[in-house]
Design a protein around this ligand. Structure first.
Ligand code: NAD
Length: 360
């Protein structure tokens, strides 16, 4: 069956890793018609917005997309295009497997964790009020009337909404994922001791959804700071983690670090009947155009995409080809080497070619 997939190259190292993934997916022989659209810095010139409606419409129409990372200016400038895509298309679940592959430079072996991050609300909702603006001063005044705790007038304010509906949906997603993928345990991660009405709600939703899976999937919960320590000390104690948006973002990078770094961490943003696949890492601008970085995270995002398209055989062939190349340790990028300046490291393109060769 022919699939139509939206392809977004992205910024920085995005075009290099995204085209490597595209080439590897094509080499599986699965019939895909690609529709390329631009977002990010490149789109600003042509469309005066980093997130053109044309790009969103292409994903809405094709229902599946794969994208390279997109740069977000820090502190000011346009809002994150990545967050914008997730919110515009209601891609409420962010699935980020962190799996150990033999041959990577890592402190641990046999790690096989899955991060399930709520993707639409929390401090990422984008509801922010700038310090000193009339609207902000008005908001602070209103809140100060209602609350015994006072906000200083010279504050910027970011709102952290956590809803019952989104929390139940993401926890159910995590349990369903666990059931379908033979996982044993779901851990809810929160800071409900401090944020009783936002994280507290997330935890109480998790506890009530967990009851539906009693006897099938184990459930427990942990505070995010404690989890961070335990992940570093005893990562094998965990299986599927379900978290609100911000903790999910941070813990995803921690988990990537457990399996060799950001070059090894794929991801999927999933909604109802629609999905966008992308690596956990960002656009690493300092490596732009250098043919240097590890394409594995984006190629493994392609494996997740092939599975989503029900191309299971192709997905497994591609995953095995990646695993073999990493295990051999010959045609691999600098981050697989003990010494990062090891001259035997190859570039993004060469690693991609070696993976394709394994499938021939
Ligand atoms: P980053 O993930 O881009 O890079 C941090 C460091 O991780 C890099 O300097 C590099 O050493 C390493 N790294 C990242 N990808 C790698 C790869 N494929 N192979 C080997 N090493 C790799 O994080 P950052 O520097 O904080 O962010 C850069 C930009 O990316 C920012 O504008 C940020 O907002 C954006 N970003 C985008 C996404 C996304 O598109 N979904 C995600 C995260 C960050």
């Amino acid at each position: 069956m022919k699939h139509k997939v939206t392809f977004i190259p992205g910024d920085g190292i995005g075009p290099e890793v995204a085209s490597a993934a595209k080439a590897c997916i094509e080499a599986t022989g699965v019939d895909i018609e690609w529709e390329e659209v631009i977002c990010g810095e490149a789109a600003l010139k042509d469309f005066s917005t980093p997130l053109p409606e044309e790009a969103l419409n292409s994903i809405r129409k094709n229902k599946v997309a794969i994208k390279g990372p997109i740069t977000t200016p820090v502190g000011s400038g346009f809002r994150s295009v990545n967050v914008g895509i997730r919110q515009a298309l209601d891609l409420y679940a962010c699935l980020r497997p962190a799996k150990y592959y033999e041959g990577v430079q890592s402190r641990y072996k046999d790690i096989d964790l899955v991060v399930v991050r709520e993707n639409t609300e929390d401090l990422y909702a984008g509801i922010e009020f700038e310090e000193g603006k009339d609207q902000t001063l008005g908001l602070i005044e209103e809140i100060n009337k209602m609350s015994t705790r006072k906000i200083k007038k010279d504050s910027g304010v970011s709102i952290k909404p956590i809803s019952r509906s989104a929390s139940e949906k993401i926890v159910r997603f995590a349990f369903e994922y666990a059931l379908k993928n033979n996982r044993r345990k779901v851990t809810c991660v929160h800071k409900a001791n401090i944020m009783k009405f936002s994280d507290g709600l997330f935890l109480s939703c998790a506890r009530s959804v967990a009851k539906e899976y009693e006897g099938k999937i184990e459930f427990n919960d942990t505070i995010v700071d404690n989890l961070s320590m335990q992940l570093v000390k005893v990562p094998h104690n965990f299986d599927v983690l379900v978290l609100p948006n911000l903790y999910g973002d941070i813990i995803s990078d921690l988990c990537a670090g457990l399996v060799g770094g950001l070059g090894m961490a794929p991801g999927a943003n999933i909604g109802d009947g629609i999905a966008v696949f992308e690596p956990v890492h960002g656009s690493a601008p300092k490596y732009k155009g250098k043919n240097k970085v590890n394409p594995t995270a984006t190629i493994l995002s392609g494996v997740l995409m092939l599975k989503y398209l029900k191309e299971i055989d192709a997905a497994e062939r591609l995953r095995m080809a990646v695993a073999e190349v990493i295990k051999e340790g010959i045609s691999v990028t600098y981050d697989f080497k003990e010494d990062r300046d090891d001259p035997s490291a190859v570039g993004t393109r060469e690693m991609c070619e070696a993976i394709i060769k394994k499938m021939e």
